[in-house]
Design a binder for this molecule. Structure first.
Ligand code: SF4
Length: 271
C-alpha cells in the first residue's frame, strides 16, 4: 500500500486556499487545482512556468538588493546602479520591466535599507523551494515551507525577518505569520519579529509580533490547510472527472489575469 506523504503547508498554499482580506470575489479554488493537482500535465506546466512582468520585477528587484550587498562598494559608487543593471542583464527584458527595476535600484541605492544591519540571511530570490521544516505534534504532522527573503539580527540577538515587495498589492500579514512560525523551529529561543518593505514605494509595514499562543493557533490553522489540501489531491487522483467539484471555479473579471484562462472551461475571459 502506498503511504501518503506527510502533507505540506506554505504561505502560497494558504493564499490559494483562502483569499486575502477584501479579495473574496476574485478568489478561485480551481486555480489551486491547476497549480497543485494538474501541474504535471504538459499544457499546465507550460502555463504555470510563464513569468508575468510583475513576477519578473519582483525577482529582479530581490536579485538587485542581493547584488548590492554582495559587493557593498556598489552602494557607495555613483555608477553602482549601472553596474547592478549589467549584472542583472536588464537590457534583456521588456521596457516596462527595465523601467520599473531601474527605479527600484535607484531607490535602493539612494536609501539602502539594509546598510549597516547585521544580515544573517539574504536570498537572491531564485533559489527555488527551501528545505521543509517538519512539524510534529500529537494531533498533526506536516511539512512547512517558508522562503525568507532576509533575516537580520540586532545587537541583543533578536531576529527580524524582512520580506521585500514590489507593486501595489497590500502586505498580507499571513505571510509574516508563516515566517514567524518557521522561525520558532529554525531559531528556537530567539525573539523574532517580521515586517515588509516595498522596494518600489519605499513603504515599510509595522513590525509584526506574535506571542506563543498566537503562533500555536497559526500552526494548527496551517495543519488544517495541509490536511484539507492533501485530501483534495487524493480525491482528485481517485476521480479526475470530479476536478471542478473538488476545486470549484469562481469565474469573473479576474479570469483575465489567470494563467489558465486558455484551458479553463469556466473562464469568463477565454484567451
Ligand atoms: S480562468 Fe477563472 S474560473 Fe478558471 S481557474 Fe482561472 S480564475 Fe478560475
Amino acid at each position: 500500500m502506498l503511504i501518503p506523504e506527510r502533507p505540506f503547508a506554505s504561505y502560497h498554499l494558504w493564499s490559494l486556499i483562502a483569499p486575502a482580506m477584501g479579495q473574496q470575489n476574485c478568489h478561485c479554488q480551481m486555480r489551486r487545482g491547476f497549480i497543485k493537482a494538474r501541474q504535471h500535465e504538459p499544457i499546465v506546466k507550460i502555463l504555470s512556468a510563464k513569468v508575468t512582468s510583475s513576477q519578473r520585477i519582483g525577482i529582479l528587484a530581490q536579485k538587485g538588493v542581493y547584488e548590492f550587498h554582495q559587493n557593498k562598494q556598489l552602494l557607495k559608487k555613483r555608477d553602482g546602479v549601472e553596474k547592478v543593471t549589467k549584472i542583472l542583464n536588464l537590457n534583456n527584458y521588456t521596457y516596462i520591466v527595465r523601467q520599473r527595476v531601474l527605479e527600484i535600484l535607484k531607490n535602493y541605492h539612494n536609501a539602502p535599507l539594509l546598510w549597516g544591519k547585521r544580515i544573517i540571511q539574504l536570498t537572491r530570490g531564485d533559489e527555488g523551494f527551501p528545505k521543509p521544516i517538519i512539524i510534529e505534534q500529537d494531533l498533526y504532522s506536516f511539512r512547512l515551507y517558508a522562503a525568507m527573503d532576509c533575516v537580520l539580527t540586532n545587537p541583543s540577538g533578536n531576529l527580524h525577518i524582512l520580506d521585500f515587495k514590489t507593486g501595489k498589492s497590500a502586505f498580507d500579514v499571513r505571510q509574516a505569520l508563516v515566517y514567524l512560525l518557521a522561525a520558532r523551529y529554525l531559531y528556537p529561543k530567539k525573539q523574532v519579529v517580521a515586517s515588509f518593505y516595498n522596494l518600489e514605494s519605499c513603504k515599510k509595514s509595522d513590525l509584526i509580533i506574535v506571542n506563543e499562543k498566537e503562533l500555536n493557533s497559526v500552526e494548527s490553522k496551517l495543519a488544517c490547510i495541509a490536511q484539507k489540501h492533501q485530501q483534495d489531491i487524493q480525491k482528485y487522483h481517485e476521480k479526475n472527472s470530479n476536478f471542478s467539484k473538488i476545486f470549484s471555479p469562481n469565474p469573473g473579471n479576474h479570469c483575465k489575469y489567470c494563467p489558465f484562462n486558455s484551458i479553463c472551461e469556466f473562464s469568463a475571459h477565454p484567451n
